[in-house]
Every structure is written in C-alpha cells, then in structure tokens.
Design a protein around this ligand. Structure first.
Ligand code: M6R
Length: 367
C-alpha cells in the first residue's frame, strides 16, 4: 500500500503533484482562465454581502486558514478572522447572519471544529466546509463547501491534505475577487497561470531537492531546538514547518514572524540553533535578508527555502532548499514541500515512527 515508499508520510509527500492537480481539476480552466466552484456559487450572495469571513480550524488546517486570511484580504478586500476552533467555541464570539464561516478540516471529524460551526450555525452564520473526507460530519453540517481531493491521508502528519487545502483556498479567493472585481485582470491572470503550474513545480521540487534535503537533515538530526521564520505569505509556512518538525522528530521547534524575532526569540540564537528561513522572493525580500544577517551575526546556523536564482540568500546561508520562482501569493504552496521533507528525514534519522508519532491521533475527535 505504501507503493514502494518506506512510510505513508513520504508517499503522501510525493503524491502532491497529483493531489494538487486533482484538487484543481474540473475547477480551474487555465486556458479560459475561469474558476468553477459550485459551493461558492451556492453562497455567493452571502459571500458578497459578508461583513467578514471567519475561518475556524485546528493544527495544520489552521495554518492553511492563516494563509487564506492574507490572500483573501489582499485579493477580495473582505475582512477575515482566523480562529482556533477550540478557542472560538468556548469564548462566546459575536456571530450574526452576515457572517460566513469557512471550516477547514482534513478529516471532517475534528471535535472542536465541528462544535464551533454547530454553535455558529445556530446563531445564523453561513457555513462553508473545506473538507477532505467525503460525507464526514463537518461536510454534512456545512451549508455549502468544496472538497479537497487529496485522497486518504494515512500519515498522522498532514502533508498532501494541507497543499490541497491551499490549492482550493486559492481558487476560492480568486473566484470571489473576480466576481467582486477587486483584482486586476493582470494579477488574476498571473495567479491563475502560476496556480496551473503548481503540480509540475512541486514535482520539480521533489525531483531536484530530495537528495539535498536528506543531506541537510543529516546535519541537523541532533539539534535540540529549531526556529522557523517567515514574513507575510510565508509566515504561515514557518508555523507549519515548525509543527511538522515537532510532531515527527520530537525536536522542539517554534515558528515566528521573522521580524518578531527581535522581540524575544533572538536571545535563543547561538552556534547550536538551526534557524530555518522561508525566504522566497517577495516584495519585502531585503527585510528577510537582513533578518538572516542578524542570525548569522550571532553564529546561528541558517537553512533557507529560496527561490531559484536567488544568489543573495544562498551566499549568506549554510544550506538552501530551492523552489521555483513564482508570484509571492502562490509561493507558500511550494515552500512548504521542502519543509515536509526536512521533518520527515530528521524523524527517520532519529529512528522514530513518523507515520504514527507518539501521543497523536489522526483525527482528534475528543476535546
Ligand atoms: O482533520 P483536521 O484537518 O481537522 O485536523 C486538524 C489537526 O488535528 C491536524 O491538522 C494536526 O495538526 C496534524 N497532525 C498536523 O500534521
């Protein structure tokens, strides 16, 4: 069943070109540049009139939601709030029938997410489910939705489900932006073109980086702590990279917005601390370059995810993982792939059960 791979996690990482393709298929027409999402059409009136969108999720799905906040606010000019389902459900939030809630869940069975939307639904909110498991509880409770087509995810660490969530969230944002006319034709066209190419770009990362990342993993297998830093669209990816490493390798890892490091975490930096920068080219690239310099000045080890051809960062760092250069909004779906592989190989090097890390369940159906 593992198709020749040593673990489900690795198999699922390598399935991503296909699962992202499947999640876009029949929805994104690259030639016509049209997006078909019947679930969005179904609640289009609500979405257009929405005061805000609230995204509720847990864990990796919450990270997808955080990126969606950045993308939807930028492209659709709708206010978005991202909530941990467990906090949202207990803190008596203010909900009205003008609110649209997007619940993101691979399993569709996460108890906190399920109860959060049940409560919001009673208060009149419209629920849109972004779920992988067909017919699951969250899918059934939603007023409308879109499935991710990642297929069954067996590894406890979410990998292909996450990139499928991002693919569909990009479609939702682009579709709403187009209807609301909050995006220029040029930007729409650039993003659609980059989105169509994601499956082949992920394939390219897997082919060109796998061996390189094995070697990088070997160097850092015995690290005690890791810091993951990113800015803007790459900040949620820094959080996701850190979560993946924690659960798979049991190494303590923290994700932080790169500029926040000066407000505390920089005190941790010494020659023993690997710092992973998600540093693909974007509109404030020079800012992250100076953050890298700050770490180097304190003798931290820097590993960076960089865009192809970016020699500035490469010359500053100890190790680089290279991804194709795409628009900064689409870049995160590529940047996460090397981080998945890094945590996988570190976990394997440490002799751990990467498919079933201790203390974790695939779906958290208890509070
Ligand atoms: O099934 P869900 O997407 O609702 O699950 C949410 C989290 O439990 C899940 O993403 C968890 O954080 C993963 N183990 C992360 O790899």
């Amino acid at each position: 069943e593992k198709n020749g791979f040593d673990h489900f996690m690795l198999k699922e990482i390598f399935e991503q070109p296909q699962t992202i393709f499947d999640s876009l298929r029949g929805r994104l027409d690259g030639g016509q540049q049209t997006i078909t999402l019947s679930g969005v059409d179904k609640i289009a009136d609500k979405l257009m009139a929405a005061n805000r969108i609230i995204i509720v999720a847990c864990g990796t799905s919450w990270h997808a939601g955080l990126l969606a906040e950045y993308v939807i606010e930028e492209l659709c000019r709708i206010n978005v709030e991202v909530e941990y389902a467990s906090e949202f459900r207990y803190r008596n939030p203010i909900i009205t029938d003008k609110d649209v809630i997007i619940a993101i869940s691979q399993s569709g069975e996460t108890a906190d997410t399920l109860v959060a939307i049940e409560t919001a639904k009673k208060q009149g909110a419209t629920i849109f489910g972004l779920v992988n498991v067909v017919g699951s509880s969250i899918a059934r409770l939603s007023d409308a939705g879109a499935y991710t087509h990642a297929g069954p995810e067996i590894g406890v660490a979410s990998t292909k489900a996450f990139t499928a969530q991002l693919a569909v969230l990009y479609l939702i944002a682009l579709k709403v932006a187009k209807v609301k006319n909050t995006i220029t034709d040029d930007l729409y066209s650039v993003l659609v073109t980059d989105l169509v190419k994601v499956p082949e770009h992920v394939q390219q990362i897997l082919e060109t980086q796998d061996q390189n990342i094995r070697e990088i993993a070997a160097k850092y297998t015995d690290a005690r702590d890791f810091l993951y830093l990113g800015r803007g669209y790459n900040f949620p990816i820094a959080l996701e990279g850190a979560l993946k490493l924690k659960e798979i390798s049991y190494i303590h890892a923290e994700g932080y917005p790169a500029a926040e490091m000066k407000h505390g975490p920089i005190a941790l930096v010494d020659e023993h601390l690997p710092v992973v920068f998600v540093a693909t080219k974007d509109s404030y690239h020079e800012k992250i370059v100076s953050n890298i310099q700050e770490i180097k000045a304190r003798k931290g080890k820097v590993v960076a995810v960089v865009s192809e051809g970016d020699n500035t960062v490469t010359s500053l760092t100890d190790d680089v993982m290279v991804v194709p250069l795409v628009h900064e909004i689409i870049a995160p779906i590529l940047s996460v792939v090397p981080l998945q592989l890094l945590s996988y190989y570190i976990g394997v090097n440490r002799g751990l059960d990467v498919d079933k890390p201790r203390n974790l369940a695939k779906s958290v159906t208890v509070e």
